[in-house]
Design a protein around this ligand. Structure first.
Ligand SMILES: Cc1ncc(COP(=O)(O)O)c(C=O)c1O
Length: 416
């Protein structure tokens, strides 16, 4: 690294952000947890596929199809090595993380669960990691149980240990919470889950772009990720699962690409990973996701984590001085690897008013329930405001946001 900060080096890569560099008006994007901005390396990779390489994959004998297939399968290799997968056959391309979770809940869940079995998730989950399990529990007459939250807004590990028992078939939790920001102790939960014969699924949407992930070290069975949260395009994501588990799972969707042989009454399935990729895949998007992962790797996940850690501490220090603020989740410290975000409420002020007024100053933050309604209900609130950072975020952006927030709080309190 040079003397320049990580954001100074990388901001120039992001057209939507860099067009405001040195301009009078400034766009302050602090909603990276909802979706990340895209660097030119990703936009160019997608552009180049459509300009020079566009053909369907795995089908044609022609040269163009072969080169499109090569680029598409290269994206799979990149994804596999990004998380230290045992093999690229274990990477299934999906539309997003939500589809990856649904794939497992349907294919693995329908084939393996029976009445009385238990599914364990947590109170802090995103709806994507709740609803598919609720539907599965209903279909198979299983019990859906929830791990609670500690007073500091973290996963209650003791509660997880007590709820993991010989009836638990799968435990599915977030790696980093998109609302509380806590980083969950996956290795510990995985160890206990495996000791009672349960599988473990990790929703890595909020961690993949922020810290190094090694599925072998985490000792997990499934992991889901969304491309648009890691500087890649929308419409693309992936499921990682252990090869032996995928081999045993029946197909999720049927159609072209996922078959080996089709006759009038039955069909046989293609080898992994194609068994789970019915129809023409999102080729350009997968290539874009591969370019995004390569881009993140070129910056270095450890550099990203260190930079964001410092920035998150700075954000908390500034937020904490605001009168009437309640910040959710654990405080950042040297001992925790907290997500680079802060979710808060301010007494007497609705979070929608905060975000709408910030927007008038070109500052983008998120308000609402962040697809975590059970968590908000647990805290007795229906909405909160969330600021989320990335390696392109700066202290200057945080200062400007805080200044505006202070004026908004003052204005709203005077008029209430
Ligand atoms: C923790 C977490 N899980 C799952 C999702 C769902 O991601 P997608 O809508 O891309 O499938 C999100 C998106 O906000 C998230 O933050």
């Amino acid at each position: 690294m040079t003397d320049k900060s990580l954001s100074e080096i990388t901001r120039v890569d992001f057209p939507l952000i860099s067009k405001y560099l040195n301009s009078e008006s400034e766009l302050i994007y602090l909603d990276h947890a909802a979706t990340s901005q895209k660097p030119k390396q990703v936009i160019e990779a997608i552009d180049s596929y459509y300009k020079y390489n566009n053909a369907n994959v795995h089908r044609g004998a022609h040269q163009l199809s072969r080169s499109a297939t090569e680029a598409f399968e290269n994206a799979r290799q990149i994804t596999a090595s990004f998380i230290n997968s045992y093999s690229s056959k274990e990477i299934i391309f999906t539309r997003n993380a939500t589809e990856a979770i649904n794939l497992v809940a349907h294919s693995w869940g329908d084939a393996n669960l029976k009445e009385g079995d238990e599914i364990l998730i947590s109170m802090m989950e995103h709806h994507s990691n709740i609803v598919p399990w609720q539907l599965l529990a209903k279909r198979k007459k299983c019990k859906l149980r929830y791990i609670g939250i500690t007073k500091t807004g973290e996963l209650d590990l003791e509660d997880a240990y007590s709820k993991l028992n010989e009836k638990t078939r799968i435990c599915s939790i977030q790696h980093i919470s998109n609302t509380l920001g806590c980083c969950n102790p996956i290795e510990k939960v995985a160890l206990k889950a495996h000791s009672v014969g349960s599988l473990i699924f990790i929703d890595a949407c909020q961690s993949l772009a922020h810290k190094k992930i090694d599925i072998q070290k985490l000792n997990i069975d499934f992991l889901a990720g969304s491309s648009h949260k890691l500087c890649g395009p929308t419409g693309s994501g992936f499921l990682w699962a252990k090869e032996n588990i995928l081999e045993e799972m029946p197909p999720f969707l049927g159609g072209g690409e996922m078959i080996q042989d089709v006759s009038l009454n039955e069909s046989t399935w293609a080898d992994l990973p194609h068994k789970f990729e019915a129809g023409t895949p999102a080729i350009g998007e997968a290539i874009g996701m591969g370019a995004a992962l390569t881009y993140l790797q070129s910056i270095g996940l450890n550099n990203i984590q260190e930079y964001e850690k410092d920035l998150t501490k700075y954000l908390f220090k500034k937020l904490e001085i605001i009168e009437g603020i309640n910040i959710m989740g654990p405080k950042p410290s040297d001992n925790n690897t907290r997500g680079a975000l802060a979710t808060f409420t301010i007494n007497g002020i609705h979070s929608d008013d905060i975000s709408a007024l910030l927007d008038t100053s070109n500052i983008c933050i998120r308000s609402g329930h962040h697809c975590c309604q059970p968590l908000h209900k647990y805290y007795g609130i229906d909405s909160s405001a969330r600021v989320s950072l990335s390696f392109i975020s700066t202290k200057h952006e945080i200062d400007t946001f805080i200044q505006e927030l202070i004026s908004i709080v003052k204005l709203l309190k005077e008029n209430s």
